[in-house]
Design a protein around this ligand. Structure first.
Ligand code: UDP
Length: 324
């Protein structure tokens, strides 16, 4: 298939672009490089530097591209940032995706794979979280993504657009050149912890030690980016059979912040310098996926555990490349 990957110079987008290429698809990456890096785009995948939320800028790309499908990764992605400036999340993630969808429909691109998030569920009523769990986000990031999922329901019902909303739990790890940014903008736990080990960043702040969890720190379901990329390739195939897919992508296992720090120490051989701090606004205490639907509908099963995730992120940080 001819496939457009927005955010193709970003972490999950670039890893998925490589997996799609390897699966035999004809892939074009689109990215405005506001957060992505051109050197993350896989070899053999052309990069169009464009803001995909700008209809006029998209037009020539879609007119020339004759795409069969779009995988939409480009977005603002930080929970804490979204609490500070919700309007930016609604503009880029919700309104921006509406602009993209309108352009895709105009050009008869009939399949859409959407980067959604566990943050659409909010504070869990039950664990693990299945796809029928109520969606009541506790932060604007999750709300901005949920609004897009709702648009996709209507566009399937009224315009026949086939779509898969993949609700990521905590994407992490690295594959090949595709890893999380290691700079001052990074906020995610594993890269920030690894940078604290190398002294590239100050000691890690543990956001909350009084959560209702066994060790008092938040529990998350970390999922390796290579497993995520594999799920996207399968989701694109599934849209041949299915009109509307909504699936969690997680390991189905939770790790607390302290357990992640222990894994970092096992992998690097060094303790993570850290301080205990107050809770971060917008964080739910526990997020663990039920991955049963992804297994049934996509035939997907994650294969990489927390030590592999941290090990590959460490290889990427220190050597610039992780195992393929
Ligand atoms: N976290 C932390 N210190 C940090 C970054 C994250 O304690 O510097 C915690 C955060 O509160 C959450 C977990 O680590 O419980 C994962 O956070 P991250 O930002 O990586 O992903 P999110 O769950 O927000 O998508």
């Amino acid at each position: 298939m001819r496939v457009l990957v927005t955010g193709g110079a970003g972490f999950i987008g670039s890893a998925t672009a490589a997996a799609l290429r390897d699966a035999g698809h004809d892939v074009v990456a689109a990215d405005d490089l506001s957060r992505g890096r051109a050197d993350m785009v896989p070899d053999g995948v052309p990069l169009e530097v464009v803001d995909v939320t700008d209809a006029a800028a998209l037009e020539p790309l879609l007119a020339a591209g004759r795409f069969d499908a779009c995988l939409h990764f480009a977005a603002l992605i930080e929970v804490g940032d979204s609490m500070e400036r919700p309007e930016a999340y609604f503009r880029t993630n919700t309104a921006g995706t509406a602009v993209l969808l309108e352009a895709l429909l105009r050009h008869d691109v009939g399949r859409f794979v959407f980067s959604s998030t566990a943050a659409t569920y909010g504070e869990p009523e039950r664990t693990p979280i299945d796809e029928e769990h109520p969606q009541r986000p506790t932060n604007p990031y999750g709300e901005s993504k949920l609004m897009t999922e709702r648009m996709l329901d209507w566009l399937h019902a009224r315009r026949g657009l086939r779509s898969a909303s993949l609700r990521y739990f905590n994407a992490a790890g690295a594959v090949g050149r595709h890893g999380e940014r290691a700079d001052d903008h990074q906020t995610h736990l594993i890269p920030v912890a690894l940078m604290a080990v190398t002294s590239a960043r100050p000691p890690l702040k543990v956001f909350g030690t009084d959560w209702p969890t066994p060790d008092g720190t938040c529990i998350r379901d970390y999922i390796h980016v290579a497993d995520l990329a594999d799920a996207h390739v399968r989701a694109l195939d599934a849209l041949e059979r299915e009109g509307l897919v909504r699936a969690n992508l997680g390991n189905g296992r939770g790790s607390s912040v302290r357990e992640v720090l222990d894994a970092v120490e096992r992998v690097t051989g060094r303790p993570v310098p850290h301080t205990d701090e107050p809770r971060r606004p917008g964080d739910p205490a526990v997020l663990i996926a039920s991955a049963d639907r992804a297994r049934d509908v996509l035939g997907w099963a994650p294969t990489r555990d927390l030590d592999r995730i941290v090990g590959d992120a460490w290889a990427h940080l220190t050597e610039g490349v992780a195992p393929a």
